[in-house]
Design a binder for this molecule. Structure first.
Ligand SMILES: Cc1cc2nc3c(=O)[nH]c(=O)nc-3n(C[C@H](O)[C@H](O)[C@H](O)COP(=O)(O)OP(=O)(O)OC[C@H]3O[C@@H](n4cnc5c(N)ncnc54)[C@H](O)[C@@H]3O)c2cc1C
Length: 438
């Protein structure tokens, strides 16, 4: 009898989590990751679960959708959550990590696992047989993308994502910036670059006039609202930035006792505090233009950019017509998709999909049916949303409370309803965990 193995393609957030979950349940896993031999346009290392842009995994609070999602994953023994807490850096009430350390911890855990065999190879096609999870993410290699397209029988869907620049902390003029978290929540985790109205207006004018990198590999441009480039936000009007990523609310400058007209926030990127990212500054300006325009931000006049912002293609399938809520494909129940490829957006959403696919694949190997998650949980609601609701124009989705029903809730206030939904999710998850043991 041939060896029973689960094949997982892609060692990103989703694939690494899927491998961990399946192997923890005793399955033998073969994990294909093409890096470092072959890089994507956004990854820079050979580490598994590399975070390609922001180092933030968002809020930890249970009354935020991302906090609830992380708590569910934590209760399901998520490797990503475990490694994130081991590599956390100060970020107010959010969970942010030292990117290198996070990836190194995930890589070490999977390399050391006796059930996981990591192959540093590109998988050119969907495996013809056996149990498999495809988790190759938004930058799936070309030949595999063609194979996926042939399997799903439809055009893949695309949009653009943008990366924010990172600067060397030593090159920030500390005399001009101040430490604070918005509304003084948590420890002061951000460096804030205050702008007067005059400075803001000059900056806005330079930003909207700056030259952008050409888009060469794409027919049609779809920009996902949650990752809008800063120059596109600016182009919508002279004040959009001041009400968006540069909003100064809750950021009183302790040196003046006043709120600046606008504030650019810098977030710590690594444990040492040697790197800072420009929050909300995803961009596709040409690199020389980034240096010129972003040097107009007070405190960044002489900043050294260790990483410039870039824009990249994103790829996802039309999940409503392809997937079940278990993340198995309708056409072939031994084949799962996970991660950003299924049309979820975000690091943790992607990892959560890997978690469910890994669990389902392990159950299948044991001769059991994979289980969908209850729709009262954030994970269940998200996967139900991407897999089974009818769409005219399917677009990627983040975790959010609107996916969880208001039915049966006692509270009237929105904030209280969130707390109720979170409580209900925890109960549903615990019941599901009991049921999924057998
Ligand atoms: C430029 C950019 C910026 C982003 N910024 C953010 C952000 O700030 N915050 C956020 O939450 N999300 C962000 N995202 C989304 C982020 O990529 C996803 O949320 C997350 O990384 C997706 O996880 P994944 O496991 O699906 O894919 P990935 O993490 O990309 O992992 C897929 C893996 O598959 C590998 N692979 C691809 N093809 C093959 C093949 N044929 N054979 C073997 N291996 C293969 C790749 O090398 C990669 O390691 C960004 C995405 C992009 C592209």
């Amino acid at each position: 009898m041939p060896e029973q193995v689960i094949t997982i393609i892609g060692g990103g957030l989703a694939g690494a989590e899927a491998a961990w979950q399946a192997a923890q349940r005793g399955a033998r896993v073969r994990l294909f990751e093409m890096r470092p031999r072959r890089q994507t346009p956004a990854h820079q290392t050979g580490l598994l679960a590399e975070l390609v842009c922001s180092n933030s995994l968002k809020s930890n609070s249970l009354t935020t959708s991302s906090g609830l999602l992380k708590e569910e994953m934590r209760r399901l023994d998520s490797l990503m959550i475990h490694c994130a807490s081991q590599s956390a850096v100060p970020a107010g009430d959010a969970l942010a990590v030292d990117r290198e350390r996070f990836g190194a911890l995930v890589t070490e855990a999977l390399e050391a696992h006796p059930g996981v065999d990591i192959r540093r190879e590109e998988a050119a096609a969907i495996p013809g047989e056996g149990i498999a999870v495809i988790a190759t993410g938004p930058l799936t290699s070309e030949s595999l993308a063609v194979s996926i397209q042939a399997f799903t029988g439809q055009k893949m869907l695309y949009f653009y994502d943008a990366v924010a620049p990172v600067v060397d902390a030593e090159t920030i003029d500390r005399g001009q910036v101040y430490e604070a978290s918005r509304y003084d929540k948590g420890e002061p985790a951000y460096l804030n670059c205050p702008m007067s109205e005059e400075e803001y207006r000059r900056f806005w004018e330079a930003l909207v006039a700056a030259e952008k990198a050409p888009l060469n590999d794409f027919e049609e441009m779809h920009i996902f609202e949650a990752c809008m480039p800063v120059e596109e936000i600016a182009a919508r009007g002279p004040d959009t930035l001041a009400f968006g990523p540069l909003r100064p609310v809750g950021l009183i400058d302790p040196r003046t006792g006043r709120r600046p007209f606008a504030v650019v926030q810098l977030r710590q990127e690594n444990l040492e505090g040697s790197l800072y990212g420009l929050v909300g500054f995803q961009t596709r300006l040409k690199w020389g233009e980034q240096r010129r325009v972003f040097a107009m931000i007070p405190g960044l006049e002489n900043a050294e950019f260790v990483r410039y912002g870039v824009m990249h293609r994103n790829t996802f399938i039309d999940s409503p017509s392809v997937l079940l809520p278990t993340l198995q494909t309708r056409a072939r129940p031994t084949l799962f998709f996970a991660g950003q490829l299924i049309g979820v957006e975000g690091y943790m959403e992607s990892a959560a999909a890997g978690l469910l696919a890994g669990l389902g694949a392990a159950r299948l190997l044991e001769g059991k049916d994979p289980l969908a998650m209850p729709e009262d949980t954030m994970m269940g609601a998200l996967f139900s949303h991407v897999s089974s609701k009818p769409f005219h124009n399917f677009q990627p989705m983040n975790s959010n409370f609107a996916l969880l029903t208001n039915e049966g809730l006692a509270s009237r206030k929105r904030q209280d309803r969130k707390a109720e939904k979170a409580e209900r999710a925890m109960e549903a998850l615990e019941r599901w965990k009991q049921g999924s043991v057998d």
